[in-house]
Design a protein around this ligand. Structure first.
Ligand SMILES: CCCCCCCCCCCCCCCC(=O)SCCNC(=O)CCNC(=O)[C@H](O)C(C)(C)COP(=O)(O)OP(=O)(O)OC[C@H]1O[C@@H](n2cnc3c(N)ncnc32)[C@H](O)[C@@H]1OP(=O)(O)O
Length: 859
């Protein structure tokens, strides 16, 4: 007994001293943070330098000291961990940078207490009301009593705001829309099968009921709280932090207080997306949303769990039999969503329809969005706030999509595969997750704006304003024929959301490093070169006001990113370099060389991470590709180069750029629906001009002249046609000095893999001459064509071998009336339209696309 008491006493002493020590350490860190933060004076250089000293010296040392000590003995480690003042996992403490409306993030091993965070936030508020970053993984209960100290997470989870999540089963089944659909389907079944109408009615009613049962969510407050507690424990095992700007949280809380449904519309990158959003809402007192989940996720146990956490299950394809509308299903889904909105639920759905396989945003899907718009139009809800959300990961927990991109079928989720995936995830290290919530916008305002724009258009050109009527309704289910305007409205809102999300996607360290390695240093570079390039890229992104989700010294960022990308994607080698003068060894030094693994299949995964930045540069790359195409007859001519006379007109440049945008319209959303593509291209031309790649030669119309004319137009001194005519006359001269030409090459490289894929896809259309082919077979043919061209060195970029752009190219050919497609037993069958069904016509298509493949011969 005495021994036991003694043991308790010893443990108590150890616990006390370690606890104190940990508290002291955390205090040291926090004091230093506050000190640095209060010395902030808006001078970016000085503040950066200050921040660097802090991050690289004290914080790290303090953190490491604690970690090393903790690692010495298991008992001490356990005692430190249980002291609840210290977490073995690294967490972030963020100091807001009021000058830039962004934050410096420090990694340290201390735990940020609510007090320290509050004091930082208060300082931030004092210094210009700018934002800081919140780490969602840190629960922040104000310790009120012994229980909240001992069981901080449990206590925190218990204190979450409570909401009711009402079920709407009865209202849905009694809805007129469903009754109509049941009647219509029953009549059709009776006609087709010859059974009695009563029997058909019974079958249809039973089907509606079973669809609803399988679909509806069983969102439960208890389950949410339990999962949140589990996530507090599990998330830090594999991610370092989950960061969001504090002002975004405030924005969301305000939106939640507006008492109208919030409709979260995130881009889909990973299975962690919906986990993070529900976690974010729950931990911040916002009503948890119902989430549209594909019914492929309705796997044993997990399906039930997801349903309790807010998932409602939808079919990924509305109509099982192609060309035949599944009325009962559509009516049930539409009514269910509408009734949930009426009952006050928040909603969430992934507007792209599935996870992006390429790292680029996918075009929006309109089905569920159309229901939300319909709910507003028919007065079910007064308004809704649409909330675009974008998340990014330093490394995907889902692994990669290489198999699928190489043409192998998607592996369906099963119970076993989910358990395996979770186990692997828990053992991995995936860096930081950053969430970005865009400004929510009112659906009512959006619709009003759109209607106003339509009316203005109608007044300007009444001839254009013929109301077109399509065979479908405005939304998933409906029997009225409505104007195409409504379909357009839904499309535009969807595009707006995807565009906004893609522009505000946080840029992670791995995105930057993968992008530079693939597009600038494909053959490798020294660490110094890479760090320098990262520095200048960061400056560019900052100027473009992109959200860069990391901070600190670029060398640290690069090392961190290389660590996370891993040896499968990047090779880092130490080389001994010997300097010799006149054959005599002068100095031996070690140089670190970095090289992307630019071979298949690894390169596809690296490209995934780089593509976040491709979206940022795509318009500039379009302009350069258009420039090369316009100058293709001169760009490699020694005479033209010697004469330094490579000139292109604005008209040619614009024409080519528009053509490229048209070809790549399934790959990128180039501009917001409320902007014109021409304006965006003009802005990109201005950027390219500002970089010095092209210049306006003196014999052309002076730039100032153009601007004065534009200005005059605003005073209505010049007609629009006149201005357009003058703009077309501008001539641009290519500047061939190496600094400009290197930048030009870099921008040109960005779209090359895609252009190659489209070109070889066009080339492979000859396989369709005189015959038809299933989509799967055709995609395989194109893949093997590209593969053999990669093997022979004709195609330089392994990432051209990718299923998604191939499928998009087929969509393009279909839209251009080159291909025709019909669905047979749920498989798409492609064949060439009559006028293109010969080798010559196919070759012509190939030649048109190949215009944009033009490259410069660089010696
Ligand atoms: C505490 C912490 C907890 C943490 C833990 C939480 C976890 C708790 C949740 C788990 C949750 C998991 C979540 C997984 C994530 C996915 O599973 S993502 C995949 C599933 N989600 C989605 O796909 C959402 C977006 N997709 C859509 O909206 C699609 O339109 C649909 C509804 C799936 C249908 O797709 P589709 O069959 O390809 O058809 P589509 O061409 O889109 O058109 C269908 C109809 O919609 C209508 N429509 C389409 N476009 C338009 C338009 N522009 N205008 C008007 N009508 C239109 C038309 O009626 C059209 O039919 P037609 O007239 O053309 O015949």
């Amino acid at each position: 007994m005495d021994g036991l008491v003694g043991l308790f006493l010893v443990c108590g002493v150890i616990y006390y001293f370690l606890g104190r020590r940990a508290t002291d350490m955390v205090d040291v860190i926090q004091n230093r943070l506050t000190e640095v933060y209060s010395s902030w004076d808006g001078n970016t250089e000085r503040d950066n330098a200050n921040a660097r000293t802090l991050s690289t010296t004290e914080l790290r040392r303090a953190g490491l000291a604690m970690r090393n000590r903790a690692a010495k003995s298991k008992e001490i480690a356990r005692a430190v961990r249980s002291s609840s003042l210290y977490q073995i996992k690294e967490t972030e403490i963020t100091v807001p940078d009021p000058a830039k409306n962004s934050s410096f993030v420090y990694y340290c091993c201390g735990r940020c207490t609510p007090q320290s965070r509050d004091s930082l936030a208060a300082q931030a508020a004092k210094q210009n009301q700018k934002s800081s970053i919140t780490n969602l993984l840190i629960a922040d209960p104000q310790p009120k009593n012994i229980w909240s100290k001992l069981f901080s997470h449990t206590y925190h989870v218990y204190s979450f705001k409570k909401y009711d999540y009402p079920k709407v089963t009865r209202t849905v089944l009694n809805d007129e829309r469903i009754k109509d659909a049941i009647k219509e389907t029953a009549a059709e079944t009776a006609r087709e099968t010859g059974c009695s109408e009563d029997e058909a009615m019974r079958q249809s009613e039973a089907r509606a009921k079973s669809i609803l049962e399988r679909m509806q969510s069983g969102l439960s407050d208890l389950m949410l709280r339990f999962t949140a507690w589990t996530l507090y424990k599990l998330l830090p095992c594999f991610i370092r932090s989950a960061a969001i700007q504090t002002r975004h949280l405030d924005m969301l809380r305000q939106a939640n207080d507006a008492q109208i449904p919030l409709v979260f519309m995130p881009l889909h990158r990973s299975h962690l997306d919906y986990v993070m959003i529900s976690f974010l809402t729950l931990t911040n007192g916002i009503r948890s949303p119902l989430v549209a989940a594909g019914d492929n996720l309705r796997i044993p146990l997990f399906g039930w769990l997801m349903s309790g956490l807010g998932a409602f299950f939808i079919k990924r394809r509305m109509d099982p039999v192609a060309g035949r509308r599944d009325l009962i299903y559509r009516a049930t889904l539409q009514t269910y969503i509408m009734e949930c909105l009426r009952a006050g639920h928040n909603l969430e759905f992934f507007i792209e329809g599935g996870r992006s396989r390429t790292g680029k945003p996918c075009p929006p899907k309109g089905g569920i969005l159309s229901v939300v718009v319909d709910a507003f139009m028919d007065g079910t809800i007064e308004d809704a706030l649409l909330v675009p959300v974008s998340m990014n990961y330093e490394r995907l927990v889902d692994g990669n999509f290489v198999r699928e991109q190489l043409g192998q079928p998607k592996k369906m989720e099963t119970f076993g595969s989910t358990i395996r995936a979770m186990w692997n995830t828990l053992r991995g290290s995936y860096g930081i997750v950053k969430l970005e919530v865009c400004q929510p916008f009112s659906l009512r305002e959006m619709v009003r704006y759109f209607q106003l724009a339509q009316q203005t258009k109608a007044i300007c050109s009444p001839a254009d304003r013929q109301l077109k009527v399509t065979a479908s309704s405005s939304s998933l289910y409906g029997t009225d024929c409505v104007s195409e305007d409504l379909r357009l409205l839904v499309d535009k809102i969807g595009q707006h959301v995807v565009y906004d999300c893609s522009k505000s996607t946080p840029i992670m360290s791995t995105n930057v490093v993968a992008f530079l390695l693939l597009n600038k240093f494909r053959d490798g570079c020294s660490m110094e070169q890479l760090v320098e390039a990262v520095d200048s890229l960061r400056a560019e992104l900052r100027n473009a006001q992109r959200d860069v989700a990391f901070c600190g010294e670029s060398i640290d960022i690069v090392n961190h990113a290389l660590d996370i990308l891993g040896p499968g994607l990047v090779k880092v080698e130490r080389q001994e370099v010997t300097d010799t003068i006149n054959g005599r060894l002068v100095k031996k030094q070690a140089v670190v060389q970095v090289r992307p693994i630019a071979i298949l299949p690894n390169v596809i995964e690296t490209a995934y991470y780089g593509n976040t930045l491709l979206v940022h540069y795509c318009m500039d790359s379009v302009v350069i590709t258009a420039l090369y195409a316009a100058l293709r007859t001169q760009i490699n001519s020694p005479q033209a180069i010697a004469a330094n006379n490579l000139v292109v007109t604005h008209e040619e440049l614009m024409e080519n750029a528009l053509a490229i945008c048209d070809i790549l319209k399934h790959e990128f959303i180039f501009c917001r629906p409320c902007q014109t593509l021409e304006d965006c291209i003009n802005q990109a031309v201005d950027r390219v001009k500002a970089e010095g790649i092209i210049a306006v030669p003196s014999e052309g119309l002076l730039e100032e002249e153009i601007w004065s004319r534009r200005f005059a137009k605003t005073l209505e001194c010049e007609s629009e046609e006149e201005e357009e005519y003058n703009a077309k006359k501008i001539r641009y001269k290519l500047r061939l000095e190496s600094e400009y030409s290197n930048r030009m090459e870099f921008l040109h490289t960005l779209l090359r893999p895609l252009i190659d894929t489209y070109t070889f896809s066009a080339y492979s259309l000859r396989k369709l001459v005189g015959r038809s082919m299933a989509e799967r077979e055709l995609v395989q043919e194109i893949l093997s064509e590209i593969k053999s061209n990669i093997d022979t060195g004709i195609v330089n970029y392994g990432e051209s071998l990718c299923v998604d752009p191939i499928k998009n190219s087929l969509k393009l050919f279909e839209k251009k009336n080159i291909l025709e497609c019909h669905v047979q037993e749920n498989a798409k069958i492609y064949y060439l339209k009559d006028e293109f069904d010969d080798e010559e016509a196919v070759n012509q298509i190939y030649e048109t696309l190949a215009t944009f493949k033009w490259t410069r011969n660089i010696d």
